[in-house]
Design a protein around this ligand. Sequence first.
Ligand SMILES: [Zn+2]
Ligand SMILES: [Zn+2]
Length: 145
Amino acid sequence: MSDYKGGCAHVHTQAKAEPIDNHVCHCNVCKAVTGQQSTHVAFFNYGDLKVDHPEKLKRVPFNANNPNGPLEICLCTDCGAAIMLDDKEKRIRVAVPNVMGYDDAHFPKATYHAFYDDTKGYPKPADGRPVYEGLRPEFVWPKGA
Ligand SMILES: [Zn+2]
Ligand SMILES: [Zn+2]
């Protein structure tokens, strides 16, 4: 059975379902937030990723250039750890396994590369996984709540 646990010492996240999308993100927003050239990102259905102390989360816009966008980074108010990305439209919640306290070694590997294009200044990934300029074309956003 799926059981993914993340978070910090103060706020815990848990998903008992598989991610609905699992990719290596090459977008500039992830790059700015994580400082990594690419970021392993897992989308869960909104209701599948639970958080035990939502009242301890400080919310900041995910995309500093689009502060009214739907995604918010949730940070622990006790220690500052990044806990998850939350979606104001309640479609998804997002985990970054190697940043948000998950057992990264046992997290399912990303299935494709997203938001890569030839403006990136580094070679197109050649690890055999598909590479798209956005999310995988067949991805459908869940309905919000
Ligand atoms: Zn990204
Ligand atoms: Zn904390």
